[in-house]
Design a protein around this ligand. Structure first.
Ligand SMILES: [Zn+2]
Length: 229
């Protein structure tokens, strides 16, 4: 008689944990993100636990797969990803979400992104410091610009805004949202002396945008643009 309510409580707890069926996209998306993240680390764009990567696993309700904080990206694995809800609460996986999770959510909402990738390369760090006073960097005339979604010609002028860095993620995510509202055509932005955020409708598109923007920033650095202002 006494055991019955206990069993009932245990059942309730179990059923609340499993109330929603596990999203079947979470694991394959996390595996893809891990592969991409390791590739970025190998290129020197996500060293020393820096950088974070996310992708939408469902829209209704909004769920993201995102890197847990403090991971060596060289060793990134599927099981190190967390599933988070629209308020950055962890609904699946072990670990703490990255401090920058709110920025990922702001980009998913503001740019309609399906994936958000954030790197800390030498080029983005140097350029975002050197050009901070101009509020951004203009990328113009390069053939590689055509790798950005919707760009058809090297004559395109891509504006890469530079936002002042902050450790206050609530405040910074608001600035990210207003930047996306003010400049709806952008493909990415820089945080000053911190790194690059870019995104895509798909994970493949977001990965391409990292490669294109990192390439173009490296071109600017190597051609001396870091000293131009
Ligand atoms: Zn960062």
């Amino acid at each position: 008689m006494k055991k019955k309510p206990q069993r009932k409580r245990a059942r309730v707890e179990r059923s609340s944990q499993k109330r929603r069926p596990k999203n079947p996209h979470f694991e394959p998306i996390s595996t893809e993100l891990a592969t991409i993240g390791k590739g970025f680390q190998a290129r020197g764009w996500a060293l020393g636990t820096s950088g974070n990567f996310s992708a939408v696993v469902s829209r209704e309700p909004l769920r993201l797969a995102i890197t847990a904080t403090g991971l060596d990206k060289a060793e990134l694995a599927t099981e190190q990803f967390l599933e988070i809800d629209e308020e950055a609460n962890v609904v699946r996986g072990n670990g703490k979400p990255s401090a920058e999770t709110l920025l990922h959510l702001a980009i998913v909402r503001g740019a309609g992104a399906g994936a958000v990738l954030h790197t800390h390369s030498v080029s983005s760090t140097v350029l975002s410091g050197a050009h901070a006073r101009q509020g951004g960097i203009a990328l113009e005339g390069y053939e590689m610009l055509k790798g950005l979604e919707g760009v058809r010609t090297h004559e395109h002028r891509e504006w890469l805004p530079i936002l002042e860095n902050s450790q206050d993620m609530v405040e910074l995510s608001r600035r990210v949202s207003s930047t996306l509202q003010e400049s709806p055509g952008i493909h990415g932005f820089l945080l000053r002396e911190h790194g690059l955020y870019t995104w895509g409708v798909t994970l493949a598109e977001a990965k391409r945008h990292v490669e294109i923007l990192e390439f173009l920033m490296e071109v600017l650095v190597r051609s001396g643009a870091a000293q131009s202002s």
